[in-house]
Design a protein around this ligand. Structure first.
Ligand code: PLP
Length: 394
């Protein structure tokens, strides 16, 4: 059975056009681009093309693109570089809702004597820019604020964040893994110093990413060894995946319009259909500033994991709002930071669509999910159907 794949914020299908461009590099074109002989050297021009495509999509210079192994490596490298290049500065500012690729690094730094400020969010997942302003210090080495949240889709006002942070001359990193290909981003008018993106979130394969580093920013490599990536990231280039990412980024640039029209319309139809059919349900996140493909929805009094298991019978793929990584059923750090009421947070499910999502798939979910919720609620020990809805609902 073909899955109804609505978990695109976790990973995406590799686009057929991307796969096609990659195949020669998994076969006959196996040379090392650093080799002196032309058999290897010929591969180098494909690396250049991928870099140019990435630069074109981000509106930056090719030399500002570093290919990495994933979004997590890009995030780690940005933070490492900012701290290593300014050893006198021991303070980091980030948010409570970052991806673990940033948050776990911040926790690790804290355990090693750095000072970290974690900015909070309100019930819709929004930042308080005054809190950001007040958090900046003379010894702040870096501010790391994501462009858009992977769990709720809430978009942060990254241009305003940049204005505040750069006015103080402080380095700024943004984890744009969920934003690239969904929102127009142009480095010419977004004054961040570092930006992370990941291939497998935008229809390239897993295991490849980009770290954008603005020209003139002092940089310290994370991986040390060979002189690849102009000495900024050692390791023989993953050429097949880099070529794939170049193609995916070229397509992503062209696909933003579709994401914000057709995909967004499907997401809105899914949201309206579920809210209408299922009482005591709320949307998590900022409906006024949200990724066009993401719906995080919470059903009171039931467990997100149970919903996922029952949806699996119909091959519907989504995610829950729990910290599955810890093996516990604690609501995720994002929903906790937003103060989503416990009885809702546990029953949160994230649907994330893509350009491959069809009308029929959305119809199936709107058809199958309400009886699943009803069935689970009938078994739930807490059945106060008269309970009030929180004020922020639909
Ligand atoms: C997926 C994701 C990452 C990690 O990217 P990988 O390539 O899987 O390491 C980082 N940040 C955000 C917001 C993500 O969604």
């Amino acid at each position: 059975m073909q899955p109804i794949y609505l978990d695109n914020n976790a990973t995406t299908r590799t686009a057929p056009e991307v796969l096609e461009e990659m195949l020669p590099f998994l076969g006959e074109l196996y040379g090392n681009p650093s080799s002196m002989h032309s058999f290897g050297g010929q591969v180098g021009k494909y690396l250049d093309t991928a870099r140019e495509r990435a630069a074109q999509t981000l509106g930056c210079h090719p030399q500002e693109i570093i290919f990495t192994s994933c979004g997590s490596e890009s995030d780690n490298t940005a933070i490492h570089s900012a701290l290593a290049s300014q050893p006198e500065k021991r303070h980091l500012v980030t948010t409570r809702v970052e991806h673990p690729a940033v948050l776990s690094v911040a926790k690790h730094l804290e355990e090693n004597g750095f000072d970290v400020t974690y900015l909070g969010v309100d019930s819709k997942g929004r930042l308080d820019l005054d809190e950001l302003r007040d958090s900046l210090r003379k010894d702040t080495a870096l501010v790391s604020v994501m462009t858009a949240n992977n769990e709720t889709g809430t978009i942060f006002p990254i241009h305003e964040v940049a204005e505040i942070v750069k006015e103080k001359g402080i380095l700024l990193h943004t984890d744009a893994v969920q934003a690239v290909g969904k929102l127009p981003l142009n480095m010419a008018d977004l004054p961040v110093d570092f930006l992370a993106l990941s291939g497998h979130k935008l229809h390239a394969p897993k295991g490849v990413g980009v770290l954008y580093v603005r020209k003139g920013t002092r940089f310290r490599p994370f991986l040390i060894g060979g002189h690849q990536e102009r000495g900024r990231r050692a390791g023989t280039e993953n050429i097949a995946s880099i070529v794939g990412l170049g193609k995916a980024l070229e397509m992503a640039g062209q696909n933003i319009a579709e994401e914000n029209t057709r995909v967004k319309a499907l997401r809105d139809r899914l949201q309206d259909g579920l809210l209408k059919a299922i009482d005591l349900s709320i949307v998590n996140g900022d409906e006024d500033s949200r990724l066009p493909n993401t719906l995080s929805i919470a059903f009171k009094h039931i467990e997100g994991e149970a919903i996922l298991l029952l949806m699996d019978q119909y091959a519907i793929c989504a995610s829950s709002g729990s910290a599955c990584t810890s093996g516990s059923l604690e609501p995720s750090h994002v929903l906790r930071a937003m103060g989503v009421p416990f009885t809702y947070a546990h029953g949160s499910v994230r649907f994330s669509l893509s350009r491959y999502t069809t009308d029929e798939e959305i119809d199936t979910v709107i058809d199958k999910l309400p009886p699943i919720v009803e069935r689970l609620r009938a078994m739930s020990p807490f059945r106060d159907t008269d309970a009030e809805k929180p004020a922020c609902t639909c």
